[in-house]
Design a protein. Structure first.
Length: 232
């Protein structure tokens, strides 16, 4: 089954700004366009950073930062304080932008991009080819992967579904693939064998239901005997 990639999901027409753009102009751009971030591009189209709503709010909040007292100033890192001052008082995009930007290639899958977003707790990634910005994939774009057209029915053979369920189980450390057997008939997945506990039972049901083409899930397993617990 073909997976959607960044090329399929990305928004290619990305609003961007040069590094010299005034901060107030960036704030106005985000407000008028109803967007939460804008990439900052160099002369060759390379991504230098991104100005987000958080960067703008940080700058606004920094105007009320209190000056450290004499004693506290003895322990201040001058370089860090200078950097913070630039972020909270800068007047150009390059002064306040977040320079650490996560990028992906056009061929990266929706699943991979979703994993990166979840792992880094970010809301968007930039799609880059040969160092140049090609598009942006946001969380909203990823939702399209969930409602993408399903493959033809012929791709959902029982053999393929069974292989997909087993492969998914082997990726989960909690799934007892050694003691739990999988059978698929007419798209319905049936678990046989032994099941460790109710948590694993629920997890396997969710795992199987998430595989495209599965029409139903049955559980015909038995509780795990005590003498087998030592081996799991």
């Amino acid at each position: 089954m073909t997976q959607l990639t960044a090329r399929d999901l990305m928004t290619p027409d990305v609003v961007s700004v040069p590094p010299e753009t005034p901060v107030l102009a960036v704030a106005r751009l985000l407000s008028e366009r109803g967007i939460s971030a804008v990439p900052v591009l160099g002369p060759a189209g390379e991504v230098l950073g991104v100005v987000t709503e958080a960067d703008l709010i940080r700058r606004l909040a920094g105007q009320e930062d209190a000056k450290p007292g004499w004693f506290a100033s003895l322990f201040v890192d001058p370089a860090a304080e200078a950097e913070r001052f630039a972020k909270t008082h800068g007047v150009r995009a390059q002064d306040i932008m977040t320079e650490t930007v996560l990028t992906v290639s056009e061929g990266d899958t929706a699943a991979h991009i979703a994993h990166l977003m979840e792992e880094r707790n970010i809301r968007r990634v930039f799609v880059v080819t040969d160092g140049r910005l090609r598009g942006i994939v946001s969380r909203a774009d990823l939702l399209r992967a969930l409602v993408a057209p399903m493959p033809e029915e012929g791709e959902f053979s029982d053999g393929r579904l069974r292989s997909a369920v087993i492969a998914a189980m082997r990726k989960q450390p909690w799934a007892d693939s050694f003691y739990t057997l999988v059978d698929v008939q007419e798209g319905v997945v049936t678990f046989h064998g032994f099941m460790r506990d109710e948590g694993v039972r629920r997890g396997l049901r969710v795992l199987a239901e998430a595989i495209p083409g599965v029409k139903g899930v049955k559980d015909e397993t038995q509780p795990m005997p005590n003498y087998l617990f030592a081996g799991v």
